[in-house]
Design a protein around this ligand. Structure first.
Ligand SMILES: Cc1cc2nc3c(=O)[nH]c(=O)nc-3n(C[C@H](O)[C@H](O)[C@H](O)COP(=O)(O)OP(=O)(O)OC[C@H]3O[C@@H](n4cnc5c(N)ncnc54)[C@H](O)[C@@H]3O)c2cc1C
Ligand code: FES
Length: 254
């Protein structure tokens, strides 16, 4: 599905992160993403940070396309394709812990809203924590971690998740953030015997399973993911080790 939609809301989440809201009827489930067109610049994948009739994306300005999206204003229009990908598969009644790193919180918000699960949001410093206000509306507990100790737990989100998993028996951990963080989160879940579903990022062109540029081993992240289960992650040798850049070159992650 491809549609041009009107922007009805724009909120500043932090120094470099904005949420854009739009009315869009397309069916979507938590964990799915859309391809967002920044005219004259690029088309980039963005997780839906809100699903339902009013949808949203939450964008961290790090390069040309994301900064061009930041330039979009309420009353203006944005061209979207999707929603794409599989989303999270969360059975009713499961005890879930959501673990977000930085703007990875965007991908988890719809699942947090649907399940009311416990949430950890981590970042390098307090000023980079986003969407904790939204999480607080729906989560039973919201815990913050910062690498520099400027807010909440002094340490990273995985260290805090390990602590919380020792205190409570969770059935499932869902996560999104930098891949190194997700690699160690997957490892921590295995040690604790808790299943996980993690949302991964790869460079994407079509977003719809056609071009093959988002391959991880034999999986297309845009089509078979972006959410992968513990068992799938165990089989992906590229997970936490390497990815392809925009030219198709293999780049080491760790
Ligand atoms: C499924 C999926 C969902 C995504 N969801 C979101 C989302 O909800 N919000 C969001 O802000 N972004 C999200 N992204 C990332 C987004 O698509 C772009 O990669 C990002 O905005 C950078 O695009 P750009 O053109 O602005 O920067 P680029 O010009 O591509 O990059 C600028 C610089 O930043 C570096 N860079 C690129 N991507 C990253 C990264 N992820 N982390 C750190 N450095 C990076 C580049 O190497 C380069 O040096 C998602 C990506 C995928 C695959
Ligand atoms: S982006 Fe084209 S196959 Fe995934």
């Amino acid at each position: 599905m491809s549609e041009t939609v009107r922007i009805i809301g724009k909120m500043k989440e932090s120094r470099d992160t904005y949420t854009l809201e739009f009315k869009w009827d397309a069916p979507a489930v938590p964990g799915q993403f859309v391809m967002v067109w920044a005219p004259g610049v690029d088309e980039v994948p963005m997780s839906l940070s809100r699903v339902g009739k009013i949808k949203a994306i939450t964008v961290k300005g790090i390069g040309e396309a994301s900064n061009a999206i930041h330039g979009m204003q309420v009353g203006g229009y944005v061209r979207l394709r999707g929603p794409y990908g599989n989303g999270f598969d969360i059975k009713k009644g499961k005890k879930v812990l959501a673990v977000a790193g930085g703007v990875g919180a965007a991908a988890l918000m719809p699942a947090i809203k649907e399940t009311g699960c416990d949430t950890i949001i981590g970042a390098r410093s307090g000023g980079e924590i986003v969407l904790d206000d939204v999480a607080r509306k729906y989560s039973k507990n919201v815990w913050i971690s910062t690498d520099d100790g400027s807010r909440g737990f002094h340490g990273n989100a995985v260290q805090l998740a390990k602590e919380k998993m020792s205190q409570k028996d969770y059935d499932l951990v869902i996560g999104c953030g930098p891949e190194v963080m997700l690699y160690y989160l997957h490892k921590a879940c295995k040690e604790k015997g808790v299943d996980c579903q993690l949302s991964l990022e790869r460079f994407m062109k079509c977003g719809a399973g056609v071009c093959g540029c988002c391959m991880m081993d034999d999986k297309r992240v845009c089509r078979d993911g972006p959410v992968f289960s513990s068992e799938e992650l165990d089989r992906l040798s590229d997970f936490g080790t390497r990815k392809r850049d925009e030219c198709g070159r293999i780049v080491e992650i760790r």
